[in-house]
Design a protein around this ligand. Structure first.
Ligand SMILES: *[C@@H]1O[C@H](CO)[C@@H](O)[C@H](O)[C@H]1NC(C)=O
Ligand SMILES: *[C@@H]1O[C@H](CO)[C@@H](O)[C@H](O)[C@H]1NC(C)=O
Ligand SMILES: [Zn+2]
Length: 623
């Protein structure tokens, strides 16, 4: 129901395309920098470093504009011609990145006296795999691109398909079945097909990928590729910090898990769900068992209390996509934040066009020219899209506020900040108080059952997601650190330990079940979703306090609070120019610089108390 955290592709800089262009591409760049093995340069001249960074800033911004424009044109008009143009731009960008890396390497950033310049150079030198010799650089990109290709082309046979002719279900179709089917045999079939057709064909490629990724990271001065992934958080203690936040969520998660299991036993019987055991992964409404919102109608308390859904009311009031966007803008201006610039209204795509093929995933774009910002969303008049439009517009606010930073700092304070802020806004929009205030929800907002049911729904999306968001990269860290033996049993150990989830059928080391998630073959980090989840609630709580909210946290609405708006603008303006812990300090007005799950626990506190009563005769488990 809620906006999926991962669903939102925030920015053009991270926009990824499924194309196998790497072959001819690498033919053309091969000799840019022959067989460099990273060794820090010797240049410590501050003037030259400043000059280089000035040039880089201009060129990178320009590059971001041209690549972004070509990506936008393709995403909003998917023709072969537009795709070719985009790929050409991406090739130029890749050349530029590699050249930038080697130019930055000429400096010994560790000895540059100016801390700002040092930080800039450090970001440039330690990002990516530019340190690999060309041959390996090409090889790893090729491997990733092949794995993504395997993932994208998996087709699955439907259940009960005796003639095996129509084996053409795509991920989207499977997701629909996982969400809607209540036949455990069909669900297990789909689960097995997807996992058998993603992991095994990739396994050898993945092992080679691990080897080369580790080599690249060693060239960059890290122990392994996992350490390099964590390095973006600029905190040597990062693993312990997140582990501690996760520990604190455990009691809440266990109560929740136990209640959900009881309902699932009732639905499917003890042969499918063991009354005191872990949950099988195929009956949770999602192919990865990461978000359980789709089984809400089975597990929700108070099934006869109506769910908060204002879609009908929006239609009755004659809402249009434009009006949804105007309402979102008004939310931000009510906080004293910026209106959307004229270019935004001129160029955004807020409805699905009828005459051409487009990419419908909602996303917010920064064209890096301090002028042009857009949202692409195939908006329909429904509650989900109202929340999404606020969420995407929060990303635009972030872009607008950090626009004056240098290019490298025009980003979230750490990889979780963009989503954290956008989702904190969503929390203020999707709740009974706000929907009532804007005239869309006309029932009693203080009704106990309505509120408990609301919180339970939020828990299915967010609390259920926490262990999954946490463990995907824990697994990857482990593989990079300890090697590729027992990858699949390691994966399931983490899943049973943290999520309390087991595979519906026996698995072996032939399988690579982690690769059933696109971020694994696509080489995309995942821990940021966990960090964003915590930040979402941390930021929300601070904004609510600033807005003078009293009462339970989940009913807080920051609408029209100038004070909340001031805090948001303070933390957004700095972008990535400060350490994210300093940004947390700004957020908390000096009180704390810690990532914490306490706000999330506080948000779910009324549900926690309720669950403990419901579970008083149950044996707790899960996670
Ligand atoms: C879509 O792109 C094609 C080029 O491939 C172009 O000819 C066409 O005019 C574009 N359509 C729109 C509506 O922009
Ligand atoms: C965070 O706060 C602690 C205690 O106040 C302090 O020791 C630490 O240096 C701070 N870290 C950063 C990065 O500001
Ligand atoms: Zn987002």
């Amino acid at each position: 129901m809620m906006v999926p955290f991962e669903g939102c592709e925030k920015s053009v800089r991270y926009y990824l395309v499924q194309v196998l262009f790497i072959f001819w591409y690498w033919g053309s760049v091969k000799n840019v920098e022959a067989d460099v093995v990273a060794s820090v340069g010797t240049n410590v001249n501050l003037g030259e470093a400043l000059q280089f960074l000035r040039e880089y800033d201009l060129e990178a911004s320009r590059m971001c504009f041209t690549v972004g424009t070509s990506q936008w044109i393709y995403a909003t008009n998917m023709t072969d011609f537009n795709k070719r143009r985009m790929v050409e731009e991406q090739v130029l960008k890749a050349k530029f990145d590699k050249l930038t890396w080697s130019r930055a390497m000429a400096f010994d950033w560790t000895k540059i006296p100016d801390p700002m310049v040092r930080r800039h150079l450090k970001f440039l030198v330690t990002s990516g795999r530019g340190s690999l010799p060309d041959e390996k650089y090409n090889e790893i990109h090729h491997l990733i691109s092949e794995m993504k290709d395997i993932y994208a082309h998996v087709r699955v046979c439907p259940y009960d398909n005796n003639d095996k002719i129509y084996c053409d279900l795509e991920l989207e179709d499977l997701s629909e079945i996982m969400a809607k089917s209540r036949n455990p045999l069909e669900l297990a079939h789909v689960w097995k097909e997807w996992h058998d057709k993603t992991g095994p064909p990739m396994k050898n490629k993945f092992m080679r990928y691990v080897e080369i990724a580790n080599q690249a990271s060693k060239f960059n001065g890290f122990q392994d590729a996992g350490e390099e992934m964590r390095y973006l958080y600029e905190d040597a203690d990062f693993e312990n910090v997140v582990a501690e936040t996760f520990q604190r969520l455990q009691p809440l998660y266990k109560e929740f898990f136990t209640y959900v299991r009881k309902k699932l036993v009732k639905q499917y019987g003890p042969n499918v769900v063991r009354p005191e055991g872990p949950l099988p992964a195929h009956i949770l409404g999602n192919i990865w068992a990461q978000d359980w919102s789709n089984i809400e109608n089975i597990v929700t308390p108070y099934p006869n209390t109506p769910k908060i859904d204002v879609t009908d009311e929006m239609r009755r009031q004659g809402f249009t996509p434009l009006r949804i966007f105007q309402m979102s803008e008004e939310f931000f201006t009510s906080l004293g934040l910026k209106p959307m610039p004229p270019e935004f209204w001129r160029h955004s795509m807020i409805e699905k066009p009828v005459n051409r093929k487009v990419q419908c995933t909602a996303s917010a774009w920064d064209f890096c020219n301090r002028l042009d910002y857009r949202i692409k969303q195939c908006t329909e008049v429904q509650m989900k899209d109202l929340i999404t439009s606020h969420h995407e517009m929060a990303h635009i606010q972030y872009y607008l506020y950090y626009a004056d930073q240098p290019y490298l700092y025009r980003d979230g304070a750490n990889p979780g900040f963009h989503e954290g802020i956008a989702n904190a806004i969503s929390l203020s929009v999707y709740n009974p108080t706000h929907l009532h205030l804007v005239g869309l929800f006309n029932n009693d907002t203080t009704d106990y059952e309505t509120n408990m049911k609301f919180l339970f729904g939020m828990a299915l999306g967010k609390l259920a997601y926490a262990p999954y968001a946490y463990l995907v990269d824990l697994w990857r860290y482990e593989i990079f650190r300890n090697g590729v033996s027992n990858m699949n049993s390691d994966w399931w150990q983490l899943r049973i330990k943290f999520q309390g989830v087991v595979p519906p059928i026996p698995r072996s080391e032939q399988h690579l079940d982690a690769a059933a998630k696109r971020h694994i073959p696509a080489d995309m980090p995942y821990m940021k979703y966990y960090v964003a989840l915590l930040l979402e609630f941390q930021i929300f709580e601070v904004l609510c306090n600033a807005a003078g909210h009293t009462g339970p946290l989940h009913s807080c609405d920051i609408y029209r609070s100038r004070e909340a708006g001031r805090i948001l603008s303070d933390i957004m303006t700095v972008g990535r120019s400060k350490h994210w812990k300093d940004v947390l300090r700004i957020l908390t007005k000096g009180k704390s610089n810690k990532l914490s799950s306490d706000s999330m626990i506080k948000y779910f506190q009324p549900l926690y108390i309720w669950l403990k009563v419901q579970n008083k005769n149950e044996k707790l488990s899960g996670g």
